[in-house]
Design a protein around this ligand. Structure first.
Ligand code: BLA
Length: 514
């Protein structure tokens, strides 16, 4: 209810960040025709480096910028990485890629000192990357990688930012310079890295924002005659980024930002996200070294995660076996369930369980339902059971991360029961096992306000990044962490086992009472 009236997060998703038509001023962009070599587009800042203004360069051959030998090398090696060339009489690193039917050449001047430092840094890359193959355990792997990237680029803060299933993210590892504030463990809303940015980061793994204060440089001409649009800069290293994001970084007190995509099985798993308090350049060679490191990390993480999945699977099987044997012991099933409550919750990652076992057990008054951990009240649980029993097709498993939509009376109980995973024990009677989870905002450390945003100023309707947080909080209020397919499977295995145990108890009870 408190989000500013002009806040529209859809606006973030719609900004065409590949068509903003500007580059950062620390390099020069020249786009030429692949066959005729005719220069078609030049960035507005060409003259200091290339000695001629864009209007004079347009129409000439690209060989006016790079001699033929250099051009050949750049064309041959552009897929491998940056190439050292002379342009305008200066040492530059050159990158080349194709876009809109043109070859896009990006030149970044390199000082002698930078070139020398690069050489030292790159000989160190081996020492940084090869140990990743030996490190065991995802968290030490991430730590090593964060330390490695920081050693390569010298930023103040290097984070590994991991996306969750709903695309919100969490800082899962961090390497910090002395005295820098930690963001470790904080969660950020999905809208901080909007959908088109994530799509772009899947295709282009690197971006450097060398100076968040720098004014972008436009293109000459600003739009292509063929498309009527600015040159597509999706693949450009110099691409100037969204003003909204720049404002976000300025609000955070960041002077330079660098991020590298972490892809697992072709999907965006996370980013290495790096901040520096002041503007800072990272040479093309070092950026590439970071990319190599990130690729290596992602591969290794994939292996770790497959291992962890197998371990979790085995863990659930053990839990289930212990539960079932635990329930077989003793005469009172409710007592046995209570004694095994912790296992029962761990089985699906719940914080509360309710069991409605039915009349056949001749339970004492007040023993039904059996409540373990943090759950709604007895009356609330019974009402939920009646509701589910009436639902068409509810004879099977039901799970939701937003119980209030299924059963509005529990809307106020997100503190214990925002999420429900339910299995039914008897299609004819209201006998269930309910697992509950609280709303997500209560279980994680949200980066509510690490860097208080500028609020929209009066009469100024542009979007301010941090305002998104409040809007997002409204959006996820009342929702739990989603149930995974492994959680659901575990619940169903337990259902199968419990039905057997309940039957056995019922038979024993009837024998005793006979
Ligand atoms: C891009 N947002 C990004 C990027 C990061 C973040 C890492 C990639 C660009 C970069 O490397 O700087 C977010 N950075 C974070 C987060 C942390 C961090 C979460 O360090 C946590 C520690 N951003 C908003 C809102 C909008 C928005 C509300 O918060 C939209 C209105 C937009 N973020 C936005 C856009 C981009 C972006 C458009 C793409 C920038 C680009 O590549 O052009």
């Amino acid at each position: 209810p408190h989000s500013p009236p002009d806040l529209d997060l859809g606006q973030c998703d719609r900004e065409p960040i590949h068509l903003l038509g500007g580059i950062q001023p620390h390099g020069v962009l020249v786009a030429f025709h692949p066959e005729t070599l005719r220069i078609e587009v030049v960035s507005g800042n060409a003259e200091p480096l290339l000695g001629q203004p864009p209007s004079a360069l347009r129409g000439q051959s690209i060989t006016a910028v790079l001699d033929e030998a250099a051009l050949r090398r750049v064309r041959a090696q552009s897929l491998i990485g940056p190439v050292a060339v002379q342009a305008g009489g200066r040492a530059c690193s050159a990158l080349l890629h194709a876009s809109d039917g043109l070859q896009v050449l990006e030149l970044e001047p390199l000082t002698e000192a930078m070139a020398q430092a690069d050489e030292a840094a790159l000989s160190a890359i081996h020492a940084l990357v090869s140990p990743l193959g030996q490190v065991r355990g995802a968290s030490s792997l991430l730590q090593r990688a964060a330390d490695g990237v920081r050693a390569l680029i010298g930023f103040d803060r290097v984070m590994v930012y991991r996306f969750h299933a709903d695309w919100h993210g969490e800082v899962v590892a961090e390497s910090l310079a002395e005295g820098v504030e930690s963001f470790m463990g904080l969660h950020y809303p999905a809208s901080d890295i909007p959908v088109q940015a994530r799509a772009l980061y899947r295709r282009n793994p690197l971006r450097l924002i060398a100076d968040v204060q720098a004014r972008p440089v436009g293109m000459v001409p600003p739009t292509l005659p063929g498309t009527g649009q600015p040159l597509d800069l999706s693949g450009a290293a110099l691409r100037s980024v969204s003003e909204i994001h720049l404002e976000y970084l300025r609000n955070m007190g960041v002077g330079a930002s660098f991020s590298v995509s972490l892809l697992k099985d072709g999907e965006l798993w996370g980013l290495m996200a790096c901040h520096h308090h002041a503007p800072r350049l990272v040479s093309a060679a070092r950026r590439q070294a970071c990319e190599v490191l990130a690729r290596m990390l992602a591969l290794q993480l994939g292996a770790e995660e497959r291992g962890a999945d197998a371990t979790a699977h085995a863990r659930r099987a053990t839990l289930l076996a212990r539960l079932v044997s635990g329930l077989g012991e003793g005469t009172s099933l409710p007592a046995a369930l209570k004694a095994n409550g912790a296992l029962l919750m761990e089985l699906t990652g719940a914080t509360g369980v309710a069991l409605l076992l039915g009349e056949s057990l001749e339970l004492e008054q007040g023993e039904q339902p059996v409540l373990l951990g943090r759950t709604p009240s007895r009356e609330e649980v019974l009402a939920l059971a009646s509701r589910l029993a009436e639902m068409p097709g509810a004879s099977t498993t039901v799970h939701t991360e937003r119980l209030e939509t299924l059963h509005p009376p529990l809307a106020g109980r997100a503190d214990v029961a925002a999420g429900l995973l339910s299995v039914r024990l008897d299609p004819q009677a209201p006998r269930f096992v309910f697992w509950f989870r609280p709303e997500v905002a209560r279980t994680v450390a949200w980066a509510g306000n690490p860097n208080k945003p500028a609020r929209p100023e009066p009469g100024h309707t542009r979007l301010h990044p941090r305002a998104s947080f409040e809007a997002w909080r409204e959006e996820v209020r009342g929702a739990s962490v989603p149930w995974s397919s492994a959680d659901v499977e575990a619940a169903e295995s337990f259902q199968g086992a419990l039905v057997g145990v309940v039957l056995r108890h019922a038979v024993e009870l009837s024998r005793v009472s006979r």
